[in-house]
Design a protein around this ligand. Sequence first.
Ligand code: SAH
Length: 272
Amino acid sequence: MKADILTIFPGFFSGPLDHGITRRACEMGLAKIEVHDLRQFTHDRHRTVDDRPFGGGEGMVLKPEPLFECLESLQLASREDRMAGRAKQSVILLSAQGQRFTQAVAAELALLDRIVLVCGRYEGVDERVADFLADRELSIGDYVLSGGELGAAVVIEAVTRLLPGAVGNEASTRQESFTAQKQTEASGAADSTCGSGGLLDYPHYTRPADFRGMAVPEVLMNGNHDQIRNWRRKTALAKTLRNRPDLLGQAELSGEDRQIVEELTKELRMKN
Ligand code: SAH
């Protein structure tokens, strides 16, 4: 996959994307990331990228011309073809007003050949970029950042690790938090049959088995895969109920899961 980033701070990206899985994916040729400096698409002496808002008010607005010219230089398929899915490309404007970026959106983007991430700054971007240039607006969460750069890095990292071959053990990206797909094929190892089914991930432990008196749950050390699977499902349900009860409504729950949730809810009520 090719990812293009449009920004007024190209230097921002030397660092965040040069580590771990993202770096490895680039080295392996699975991903290629190119950063484009919007100031190179200005024509005045001061390389102006912002201007005052029409209608008055605070702050400055990112001008449309450098963004349109930079995007045009990338020679993508037409917006019409992109939006109809005829071209496996997407132009994304990072925006606090966008749709929420979730694991499901990351999985959708991981199927594309090319994503273009447009980073806003100042009070925001001239709205014609959202209306006529970008295919969609994405927000990385309900808070306001000063620029789209961190959002672009978040999107690239979440998408890159879903590219086939990017993560050493592919099963591990299928069973993480939020991943809707629940694995059903019976296999001997407990850890390959615990698809999260839209829940948060179960707790992980490694050695030492006893760290300063804090012991690893006994069940994980007895080698009984059925018990381990049940424990992981129950703790994933418990953590989801405690930290993100909103996810339970959409998660794939079996009858047994529902019973566990009921019991856990009762336990929580007794505690409060
Ligand atoms: N006035 C805007 C905020 C502008 S912040 C508002 O109230 O909605 C400047 C830029 O930061 C935005 O153009 C966008 O590119 C980026 N940004 C801010 N918050 C973001 C978020 N939650 N997700 C993605 N990008 C964000």
